[in-house]
Every structure is written in C-alpha cells, then in structure tokens.
Design a protein around this ligand. Structure first.
Ligand SMILES: NC(=O)c1ccc[n+]([C@@H]2O[C@H](COP(=O)([O-])OP(=O)(O)OC[C@H]3O[C@@H](n4cnc5c(N)ncnc54)[C@H](OP(=O)(O)O)[C@@H]3O)[C@@H](O)[C@H]2O)c1
Length: 298
C-alpha cells in the first residue's frame, strides 16, 4: 500500500516509517526542512519525501491524493499556543479529508487520550464529550465525520506517555523541571493515572489499523491502562538524583508551568477492544523500566 505520513520525521512517525517499509508498504513522508527530509530518507532508501509544511494545504492535498492511505501524525507542539496548534491541525486534517471524499481511501487521525473521561476508564466506543478537556476532540470528531463522505477514516488515541529512546515529550520535560527545581514533583497524593505505550508498539498499532481497522472506529494506543503519576515522579527522582515531593495544588501551576494541566489529569484508558479487534499486543518494555534504563538529562 502507498501511504502518505505527516510527522514522518517525528518520534512516532520515524518508527512508523520503519514498520511500514519492513512490511512491504511504499511510503511518502512529509518534511518541512532539509534536516527532516534527510532524517526520513535515512530510514530507508525506498522512502520518498514530499517537502512542505502542515500549513501548505495544497501540498497536503497532493500527498493525500497521490497515495492510497494517509497517517496524519504531524502536529505543531507549541503548548503555550495550543489553541493555535489545534487550528493548524484542523485545517490540515480537513484539507486532506476534503481531497479524499468519495474515494474510500484510508485516513488515520491521531489524537491523545487525555481528557476522554476524566477520573473514569475510557473505552474505545466512547465518544468525546463536547465539553471534554481533550482539546483535539473537535478535530477528531470532524475527521471521523468523513466516514459519511466516502473516506475510510479511523482514529488512534495515544497514551500521553509514548516512551522510548529519543522521546522529546512529557517525560523529558518533567525531567528538566525536576532538575531546575531540585525536586521531582507530583500533585496531591499523586494517585492520578497516566496511561502509557512504547513508540514501537504504537508504530505497530498504526500499521494494524491500516491493515485491519474499520471505518469510523477509534483505536486506543495504550499498553498500560494507568500508572500512578507518583510512580513516574519516583523514577525521575531516582535517575536525576533529586528528592520526590508532593507539590500542593496551590503551588503546582508555578512548579509545573504549562505541564500542570497534564500532571494533574487522571485518565485511565482501556485498550481491551483495540487488542481484540486488531489482534495487537504490546511487546515492549513498560514506561518505568524504560525511563529508568534509557532516559538521561541532555
Ligand atoms: N509522543 C507522545 O508522547 C504523544 C502522546 C500523545 C499523542 N501524541 C501525538 O502523536 C503525534 C506524533 O507525535 P510525536 O511524538 O511523533 O511528535 P514529534 O516527535 O514532536 O513529531 C512531530 C512531527 O510533526 C512535524 N511537524 C511539526 N510542525 C510541523 C509543521 N509546521 N509542518 C510540517 N511538519 C511539522 C515534525 O517535523 P520536524 O521533524 O521537522 O520537526 C515531526 O515530524 C502527534 O499528533 C502528537 O500530538 C504524541
């Protein structure tokens, strides 16, 4: 299958490229810079590069229409301007989906699992509430609505902790905060749950969603349903060699900055149905052992 991947040079996208190529797929990766293009090409000489930005809607339409399937992983991770990032994502998603109308081609939208059902286990069949804390909920809903417009659209909801070598997301940011403040913090009793998945298990999941997924379905990229945040803070404290401490809620905003929103979420997510439907089982090391073994400060 010929697959167009946005975010192809990213942490998850680069793992997906290897996964797709080794299972015989043809891949076109979006790259916004020379550096990203070189990274994509180094994964396999068979991978083709389409140069462009997530805001170049004509380029995105070309990538989508020239391929048999799209995996949309690209995202501008500017958490200080998250609304703007979601708007760029919405326009990019709609541009690609509009160009695929009535083709019955596949399109996979990527969302995070945070805020699906705060404080309750979220299941695959759960839709996202309108007043959800999941800021990409509207984009997910918009993407899935194209199932009625002749696009075989599916969604993957990823754990907030996609871990592995080369991680640039939440755990490294928490490590920097711990180093700068001299303590690895959690809020309150730290019992709030964070799901997790290894990037290689996530990459295999995306391939299986392409191969076996059903139109209009959301799949949960979750290996561990929920790890108490305090356990993550403990491992970070261990590897940086700083004490682990409860941060009072009134001081958490200052301590964690924009990460406070994420650090305080309680969002267990079930992947029982996803495992069954796709015959997918996570095979990689869990997050605590991975962080302990493979994560160090830059
Ligand atoms: N990693 C996690 O823990 C996690 C958890 C939940 C959900 N997710 C979601 O999963 C998806 C992939 O995440 P990731 O961890 O692989 O992210 P990442 O490593 O930050 O990669 C983001 C990708 O998007 C590309 N990109 C960013 N801005 C762009 C722009 N303006 N134009 C074109 N491309 C642009 C990047 O290209 P460059 O290489 O050129 O920067 C990169 O290929 C994202 O939607 C993310 O929100 C990730």
């Amino acid at each position: 299958m010929k697959v167009f991947v946005t975010g192809a040079s990213g942490f998850i996208g680069s793992a997906l490229l290897s996964e797709l190529v080794s299972s015989g797929n043809e891949v076109i990766g979006l790259a916004r810079s020379e550096e990203s293009a070189t990274k994509i090409e180094s994964i396999s000489p068979t991978v083709k590069v389409l140069r462009g930005d997530l805001r170049d809607l004509d380029t995105l339409r070309k990538g989508a229409t020239d391929s048999e399937a799209v995996v949309h992983l690209g995202f501008v991770h500017d958490f200080a301007n998250y609304d703007r990032c979601c708007e760029i994502d919405r326009k990019a998603t709609v541009a690609m989906l509009e160009s695929l109308k009535v083709t019955n081609k596949q399109f996979i939208y990527t969302n995070g699992s945070f805020g699906l059902h705060p404080g309750k286990v979220a299941y695959k069949e759960d839709t996202i509430d309108e007043d959800s804390e999941n800021l990409r909920a509207v984009n997910e809903e918009t993407a899935l609505s194209y199932k009625d417009k002749g696009v075989s659209v599916r969604c993957v909801r990823l754990a907030p902790t996609v871990h592995g070598k080369g991680d640039r997301a939440f755990v490294p940011i928490l490590m920097d905060i711990a180093q700068a403040s001299g303590k690895s913090g959690y809020v309150g009793d730290g019992h709030n749950l964070w799901p997790a998945i290894h990037r290689l298990d996530a990459a295999r999941l995306f391939r299986l969603v392409l191969k076996k997924g059903r139109t209009g379905e959301a799949y949960h990229g979750i290996a561990e349903q929920g790890i108490p945040f305090k356990e993550i803070a403990k491992v970070i404290g261990e590897i940086i060699n700083v004490p682990v401490a409860s941060i009072p809620e009134c001081k958490a905003g200052k301590h964690f900055s924009f990460m406070n929103f994420f650090v305080t979420r309680d969002g267990p997510v079930s992947s029982v149905a996803t495992r069954k439907d796709l015959e997918w089982e996570p095979q990689q090391v869990g997050p605590l052992e991975d962080i302990r073994t493979n994560y160090r400060l830059n």
